[in-house]
Design a protein around this ligand. Structure first.
Ligand SMILES: Nc1ncnc2c1ncn2[C@@H]1O[C@H](COP(=O)(O)OP(=O)(O)OP(=O)(O)O)[C@@H](O)[C@H]1O
Ligand SMILES: [Mg+2]
Length: 229
Protein backbone atom coordinates (compact mmCIF):
# COMPACT_ATOMS: atom_id res chain seq x y z
CA UNK A 1 0.00 0.00 0.00
CA UNK A 2 1.43 3.34 -1.06
CA UNK A 3 -0.68 5.60 1.21
CA UNK A 4 -3.74 7.79 1.08
CA UNK A 5 -4.71 9.02 -2.36
CA UNK A 6 -7.86 10.88 -1.38
CA UNK A 7 -9.58 11.51 1.93
CA UNK A 8 -12.73 13.10 3.30
CA UNK A 9 -12.57 14.49 6.81
CA UNK A 10 -15.86 15.52 8.40
CA UNK A 11 -17.27 16.38 4.99
CA UNK A 12 -20.67 18.09 4.94
CA UNK A 13 -22.55 19.08 1.79
CA UNK A 14 -25.73 21.05 2.52
CA UNK A 15 -28.19 22.31 -0.06
CA UNK A 16 -30.82 24.97 0.62
CA UNK A 17 -31.26 27.16 3.68
CA UNK A 18 -33.04 27.13 7.04
CA UNK A 19 -35.79 24.56 7.46
CA UNK A 20 -35.38 23.40 3.88
CA UNK A 21 -31.71 22.44 4.27
CA UNK A 22 -30.83 19.01 2.95
CA UNK A 23 -27.57 17.53 4.15
CA UNK A 24 -26.58 15.37 1.20
CA UNK A 25 -23.44 14.51 3.16
CA UNK A 26 -23.44 14.84 6.92
CA UNK A 27 -19.95 14.32 8.32
CA UNK A 28 -18.19 11.81 6.09
CA UNK A 29 -14.80 10.40 7.04
CA UNK A 30 -13.33 8.19 4.35
CA UNK A 31 -9.86 7.42 3.07
CA UNK A 32 -9.15 6.03 -0.37
CA UNK A 33 -5.77 4.33 -0.49
CA UNK A 34 -3.63 3.60 -3.48
CA UNK A 35 -4.43 1.02 -4.73
CA UNK A 36 -7.92 0.52 -3.37
CA UNK A 37 -11.29 -0.62 -4.56
CA UNK A 38 -14.30 0.69 -2.70
CA UNK A 39 -18.03 0.25 -3.19
CA UNK A 40 -20.38 3.04 -2.06
CA UNK A 41 -23.68 1.44 -1.19
CA UNK A 42 -26.93 3.02 -0.10
CA UNK A 43 -30.47 3.81 -1.05
CA UNK A 44 -31.47 6.43 -3.57
CA UNK A 45 -30.75 9.82 -2.03
CA UNK A 46 -28.25 8.50 0.52
CA UNK A 47 -25.43 10.64 -0.90
CA UNK A 48 -23.43 8.33 -3.19
CA UNK A 49 -23.27 10.66 -6.19
CA UNK A 50 -22.59 13.67 -3.99
CA UNK A 51 -19.68 11.83 -2.38
CA UNK A 52 -18.24 10.96 -5.80
CA UNK A 53 -18.58 14.61 -6.83
CA UNK A 54 -16.86 15.79 -3.67
CA UNK A 55 -14.02 13.26 -4.09
CA UNK A 56 -13.61 14.41 -7.69
CA UNK A 57 -13.51 18.09 -6.79
CA UNK A 58 -16.70 18.85 -8.72
CA UNK A 59 -18.65 19.92 -5.63
CA UNK A 60 -17.05 21.95 -2.86
CA UNK A 61 -18.06 20.78 0.60
CA UNK A 62 -19.99 23.12 2.89
CA UNK A 63 -17.89 21.85 5.79
CA UNK A 64 -14.92 19.58 6.42
CA UNK A 65 -12.03 18.96 4.06
CA UNK A 66 -11.27 16.80 1.05
CA UNK A 67 -7.63 15.94 0.58
CA UNK A 68 -5.75 14.76 -2.46
CA UNK A 69 -2.45 13.06 -1.61
CA UNK A 70 -2.48 14.77 1.76
CA UNK A 71 -3.22 18.29 0.47
CA UNK A 72 -6.61 19.94 1.04
CA UNK A 73 -8.31 20.48 -2.33
CA UNK A 74 -9.41 23.92 -1.15
CA UNK A 75 -5.76 25.01 -1.07
CA UNK A 76 -5.24 24.16 -4.75
CA UNK A 77 -5.73 27.02 -7.19
CA UNK A 78 -8.12 26.71 -10.14
CA UNK A 79 -5.35 25.60 -12.52
CA UNK A 80 -4.18 22.87 -10.15
CA UNK A 81 -7.74 21.68 -9.64
CA UNK A 82 -8.29 21.63 -13.39
CA UNK A 83 -5.12 19.59 -13.86
CA UNK A 84 -6.28 17.15 -11.21
CA UNK A 85 -9.61 16.67 -13.00
CA UNK A 86 -7.79 16.28 -16.32
CA UNK A 87 -5.21 13.72 -15.19
CA UNK A 88 -5.65 12.53 -11.62
CA UNK A 89 -9.33 11.72 -11.45
CA UNK A 90 -11.68 10.30 -14.07
CA UNK A 91 -15.42 9.70 -14.02
CA UNK A 92 -17.60 7.05 -15.54
CA UNK A 93 -21.08 8.54 -15.38
CA UNK A 94 -24.22 6.52 -15.16
CA UNK A 95 -25.28 5.52 -18.67
CA UNK A 96 -21.95 6.64 -20.10
CA UNK A 97 -22.77 10.29 -20.85
CA UNK A 98 -21.06 10.10 -24.24
CA UNK A 99 -21.07 13.01 -26.67
CA UNK A 100 -23.95 11.97 -28.95
CA UNK A 101 -22.62 13.40 -32.21
CA UNK A 102 -19.16 11.89 -31.88
CA UNK A 103 -18.20 8.32 -32.66
CA UNK A 104 -16.82 5.92 -30.06
CA UNK A 105 -13.31 6.70 -31.30
CA UNK A 106 -13.89 10.46 -31.18
CA UNK A 107 -15.33 10.32 -27.67
CA UNK A 108 -12.16 8.64 -26.40
CA UNK A 109 -9.84 10.78 -28.54
CA UNK A 110 -11.50 13.93 -27.23
CA UNK A 111 -10.81 12.96 -23.60
CA UNK A 112 -7.20 12.12 -24.46
CA UNK A 113 -6.86 15.51 -26.14
CA UNK A 114 -8.40 17.46 -23.26
CA UNK A 115 -6.21 15.74 -20.68
CA UNK A 116 -3.17 16.03 -22.99
CA UNK A 117 -2.22 12.51 -22.00
CA UNK A 118 1.21 11.56 -23.27
CA UNK A 119 1.62 9.48 -26.39
CA UNK A 120 1.75 6.05 -24.75
CA UNK A 121 0.60 3.78 -27.61
CA UNK A 122 -1.12 1.46 -25.11
CA UNK A 123 -3.40 4.37 -24.24
CA UNK A 124 -4.14 5.53 -27.78
CA UNK A 125 -7.91 5.76 -28.34
CA UNK A 126 -8.07 2.80 -30.73
CA UNK A 127 -5.96 0.66 -28.38
CA UNK A 128 -8.18 1.52 -25.42
CA UNK A 129 -11.31 0.70 -27.36
CA UNK A 130 -9.75 -2.61 -28.40
CA UNK A 131 -8.97 -3.26 -24.75
CA UNK A 132 -12.65 -2.91 -23.84
CA UNK A 133 -13.63 -5.19 -26.74
CA UNK A 134 -14.86 -2.54 -29.16
CA UNK A 135 -12.23 -2.62 -31.92
CA UNK A 136 -14.99 -3.24 -34.44
CA UNK A 137 -17.15 -0.33 -33.26
CA UNK A 138 -14.79 2.65 -33.46
CA UNK A 139 -16.98 4.46 -35.96
CA UNK A 140 -20.28 3.87 -34.18
CA UNK A 141 -22.18 6.80 -32.74
CA UNK A 142 -23.47 6.33 -29.16
CA UNK A 143 -26.99 5.78 -30.56
CA UNK A 144 -25.58 2.85 -32.55
CA UNK A 145 -24.18 1.13 -29.44
CA UNK A 146 -25.88 -1.07 -26.87
CA UNK A 147 -26.02 0.12 -23.24
CA UNK A 148 -23.14 -2.16 -22.25
CA UNK A 149 -21.05 -1.05 -25.23
CA UNK A 150 -21.67 2.62 -24.41
CA UNK A 151 -20.62 1.92 -20.83
CA UNK A 152 -17.39 0.35 -22.11
CA UNK A 153 -16.70 3.40 -24.31
CA UNK A 154 -17.18 5.54 -21.20
CA UNK A 155 -14.62 3.38 -19.38
CA UNK A 156 -12.15 3.65 -22.29
CA UNK A 157 -12.70 7.41 -22.30
CA UNK A 158 -11.96 7.63 -18.57
CA UNK A 159 -8.78 5.55 -19.01
CA UNK A 160 -7.58 7.93 -21.73
CA UNK A 161 -7.00 10.39 -18.89
CA UNK A 162 -4.57 7.93 -17.22
CA UNK A 163 -6.32 8.52 -13.89
CA UNK A 164 -4.97 7.61 -10.48
CA UNK A 165 -8.54 7.51 -9.19
CA UNK A 166 -11.49 6.23 -11.21
CA UNK A 167 -14.94 7.20 -9.92
CA UNK A 168 -17.85 5.19 -11.35
CA UNK A 169 -21.46 6.15 -10.72
CA UNK A 170 -23.74 3.12 -11.09
CA UNK A 171 -21.64 1.64 -13.91
CA UNK A 172 -23.93 -1.39 -14.12
CA UNK A 173 -27.18 0.37 -13.22
CA UNK A 174 -28.83 0.21 -16.64
CA UNK A 175 -27.44 -3.16 -17.67
CA UNK A 176 -28.77 -6.69 -17.39
CA UNK A 177 -26.91 -8.75 -14.82
CA UNK A 178 -24.69 -10.63 -17.32
CA UNK A 179 -23.62 -7.43 -19.07
CA UNK A 180 -23.15 -5.70 -15.73
CA UNK A 181 -20.95 -8.58 -14.61
CA UNK A 182 -18.82 -8.22 -17.74
CA UNK A 183 -18.42 -4.47 -17.21
CA UNK A 184 -17.30 -5.14 -13.66
CA UNK A 185 -14.84 -7.84 -14.74
CA UNK A 186 -13.48 -5.37 -17.24
CA UNK A 187 -13.02 -2.69 -14.57
CA UNK A 188 -11.22 -5.20 -12.35
CA UNK A 189 -8.93 -6.35 -15.18
CA UNK A 190 -8.12 -2.75 -16.12
CA UNK A 191 -7.43 -1.91 -12.50
CA UNK A 192 -4.93 -4.78 -12.31
CA UNK A 193 -3.28 -3.53 -15.49
CA UNK A 194 -3.22 0.22 -14.80
CA UNK A 195 -3.23 0.30 -10.98
CA UNK A 196 -5.75 3.09 -10.40
CA UNK A 197 -7.87 3.29 -7.25
CA UNK A 198 -11.51 2.51 -7.96
CA UNK A 199 -14.62 3.89 -6.24
CA UNK A 200 -17.95 2.53 -7.46
CA UNK A 201 -21.36 3.85 -6.37
CA UNK A 202 -23.91 1.07 -6.70
CA UNK A 203 -27.27 -0.19 -5.48
CA UNK A 204 -26.15 -3.71 -6.20
CA UNK A 205 -24.84 -5.73 -3.25
CA UNK A 206 -23.35 -8.31 -5.68
CA UNK A 207 -21.23 -5.58 -7.26
CA UNK A 208 -20.15 -4.35 -3.85
CA UNK A 209 -19.23 -7.88 -2.69
CA UNK A 210 -16.63 -8.12 -5.46
CA UNK A 211 -14.77 -4.96 -4.48
CA UNK A 212 -12.24 -4.77 -1.67
CA UNK A 213 -14.28 -2.58 0.67
CA UNK A 214 -17.91 -1.62 1.03
CA UNK A 215 -19.02 1.68 2.54
CA UNK A 216 -22.70 1.87 3.38
CA UNK A 217 -24.26 5.34 3.27
CA UNK A 218 -27.53 6.37 4.89
CA UNK A 219 -28.82 9.96 4.88
CA UNK A 220 -25.37 11.30 4.11
CA UNK A 221 -23.57 9.36 6.83
CA UNK A 222 -21.41 6.27 6.80
CA UNK A 223 -23.75 3.73 8.36
CA UNK A 224 -21.85 0.49 8.61
CA UNK A 225 -18.25 -0.16 9.45
CA UNK A 226 -16.32 -1.02 6.34
CA UNK A 227 -16.39 -4.71 5.68
CA UNK A 228 -13.69 -6.47 3.74
CA UNK A 229 -15.30 -8.39 0.89
N1 LIG B 1 -27.87 20.11 -6.43
C1 LIG B 1 -28.68 19.71 -5.46
N2 LIG B 1 -29.55 20.55 -4.86
C2 LIG B 1 -30.34 20.15 -3.85
N3 LIG B 1 -30.35 18.91 -3.34
C3 LIG B 1 -29.52 18.02 -3.90
C4 LIG B 1 -28.64 18.35 -4.97
N4 LIG B 1 -27.91 17.26 -5.30
C5 LIG B 1 -28.33 16.28 -4.49
N5 LIG B 1 -29.29 16.73 -3.64
C6 LIG B 1 -29.95 15.94 -2.58
O1 LIG B 1 -28.93 15.33 -1.82
C7 LIG B 1 -29.30 14.00 -1.44
C8 LIG B 1 -28.24 13.00 -1.94
O2 LIG B 1 -28.28 12.94 -3.35
P1 LIG B 1 -27.35 11.98 -4.20
O3 LIG B 1 -27.57 12.29 -5.62
O4 LIG B 1 -25.96 12.10 -3.68
O5 LIG B 1 -27.93 10.54 -3.82
P2 LIG B 1 -27.58 9.09 -4.41
O6 LIG B 1 -27.23 8.21 -3.26
O7 LIG B 1 -26.56 9.22 -5.49
O8 LIG B 1 -28.98 8.63 -5.01
P3 LIG B 1 -29.31 7.70 -6.30
O9 LIG B 1 -29.06 6.29 -5.85
O10 LIG B 1 -30.75 7.97 -6.55
O11 LIG B 1 -28.42 8.11 -7.43
C9 LIG B 1 -30.69 13.78 -2.00
O12 LIG B 1 -31.60 14.05 -0.99
C10 LIG B 1 -30.79 14.80 -3.12
O13 LIG B 1 -32.11 15.20 -3.33
MG1 LIG C 1 -26.65 8.82 -7.56
Amino acid sequence: MKGALAACRGVVVAYGEGEATVRALDGIDLTIDEPDSVALLGRSGSGKTTLLHVLGGLVEPTGGTVEWQGRPLATLDAAARGALRAHGIAYVFQGGNLLPHFTAFENVAFAAHVSAADADPALAPAALLALVGLAAKLDHLPAELSGGEAQRVAIARALAQRPQLLLCDEPTGHLDSDTGERVLELLEALQREFGFALVVATHDADVAARLGRAVQLHDGRVLAAEVAA
